[in-house]
Design a protein around this ligand. Structure first.
Ligand code: GLA
Length: 408
């Protein structure tokens, strides 16, 4: 049995690696998906978010090679890709291995000297569900390259590099929340991230003490239309910030993060209606994140629940990124006794809702929310009861090299 593999899933992955590459892996890199508790579409406005890393992850089994070739096999796609570190090209289309190539490319651009690796990857974060499957892939791959070449990289830089791979190499605009959550989260905690300073605070969830579970409900609809609508929202927000910067004289407005709801009430007449509604969501959502952290600290679940519902209303009404399916899932949940709060999570236009549900109401959630939803829509809804887990973990064998910085 491979020395680094501990769970059944890790052992199966180590066996696949051994079959494919005829040697044992040196290590495993595990990076979780996340569910965002609150703080939606605030990260690219330099605001606040409160994600939770969940017990669904991408795991990469890896071993360094003595040359500069990368060979990577995806168990889920049953496909292998192979490329040289000295000439990394982007593949045409929406291909999983571009995330692997992209991470290698940005690490090298940033001055890190990589070694070739063999890798087998496997993930159980549903794709297109708003649970950050791409970030978990990027971060697991980043952990692999980093460990194989014994590089020391600051956790914030890990997240920023993974984000850069997605933005610049893969070509998908996204904020930094998902990669930060995949790197920096702590078990049993949510992660408050200030997306301007990248300061983080682990916020205790006390789920067991509260008798609560985090339930993710998948609408059975993969995120659609999201890329163009997402970049449209980004542009609308930066235009709104520019206009408000002209009229709020008292202090600089660089992003909507710098605008308070008081400012907005006084000045939103300067914005066209659509931009005013976008700004209202972002400004209100930032305030809701901070209030949610306070509510968690005070064990004030009713307030937390109200904030989650208010977030959903704002995303549906002002920000217009919900969908009829997401609205129905939240609507069904909010009438069920034992549900503290519910909202859509992630970019929107499909994917999942996040629900805080009392332990004893899990079965009725399945029957009355998921089953009712299925019968009304004929869509294959699913639910995942999630644990809050740690961010990136490398499990390495005894002969694995120690970390050193690129200058050593
Ligand atoms: C996607 C992006 C994140 C964030 C959310 C919306 O998950 O990857 O950066 O913007 O949408 O909150």
């Amino acid at each position: 049995m491979n020395a680094v593999a501990r769970t059944r899933r890790e052992r199966a992955l180590a066996r696949s690696f051994a079959r494919r590459f005829a040697r044992e892996p040196h290590g495993l890199a595990r990076a979780p998906g996340r569910v965002n508790l609150i703080g939606e579409h605030t990260d690219y406005n330099e605001g606040f978010v409160l994600p939770v890393a969940i017990d669904r992850a991408v795991i990469a089994a890896f071993a360094a090679r003595s040359d500069r070739q990368v060979r990577v096999y995806s168990l889920g796609f049953d496909q292998e890709d192979s490329f040289p570190l000295d000439n990394i090209e982007r593949l045409e289309g929406d291909v999983w291995s571009n995330y692997v190539r992209g991470v290698a490319a940005v690490l090298q651009e940033a001055g890190y000297r990589l070694t070739g690796v063999d890798m087998v990857i496997q993930g159980d974060v549903p794709i297109g569900a708003g649970l950050a499957s791409s970030a978990s892939l990027e971060v697991a791959v980043l952990g692999t390259f980093q460990h194989a070449a014994a590089l020391a990289i600051d956790p914030r830089d890990q997240a920023l590099l993974a984000q850069r791979a997605e933005n610049e190499f893969v070509g998908v605009g996204c904020g930094v929340m998902d990669q930060m959550a995949a790197v920096m989260s702590h078990r049993d905690h949510a992660l408050l991230i200030d997306c301007r300073s990248l300061e983080t605070k682990a916020v205790p969830l006390n789920m067991t003490a509260h008798g609560l579970k985090i339930v993710v409900a998948h609408t059975g609809v993969r995120r659609a239309l999201s890329d163009s609508a997402y970049s449209q929202r980004q542009q609308e927000c930066s235009r709104a910030a520019q206009v408000l910067a002209q009229v709020i004289g008292a202090r600089p407005v660089v992003a909507l993060r710098d605008v308070t709801s008081k400012d907005l009430a006084a000045h939103e007449g300067n914005l066209p209606d659509q931009l005013a509604r976008r700004a209202r969501h972002v400004v209100g959502e930032n305030e809701r994140v901070l209030k949610s952290v306070e509510a968690l600290r005070q064990d004030d679940l009713p307030t937390l629940g109200r904030l989650l519902y208010a977030s959903h209303q704002s995303l549906a009404g002002d920000y217009e990124v919900s969908s009829p399916e997401l609205d129905l899932m939240v609507e069904l949940a909010c009438h069920l006794e034992g549900v503290v709060g519910a909202r859509m999570t992630g970019a929107g236009f499909g994917g999942c809702t996040v629900n805080l549900v009392r332990k004893e109401a899990i079965d009725s959630f399945r029957e009355q929310v998921i089953e009712t939803y299925r019968s009304r829509t004929s869509l294959p809804a699913e639910m995942y009861v999630c644990e809050a887990v740690d961010g990136l973990r490398i499990i390495a064998g005894a002969n694995a090299p120690a970390s050193h910085s690129p200058q050593d």
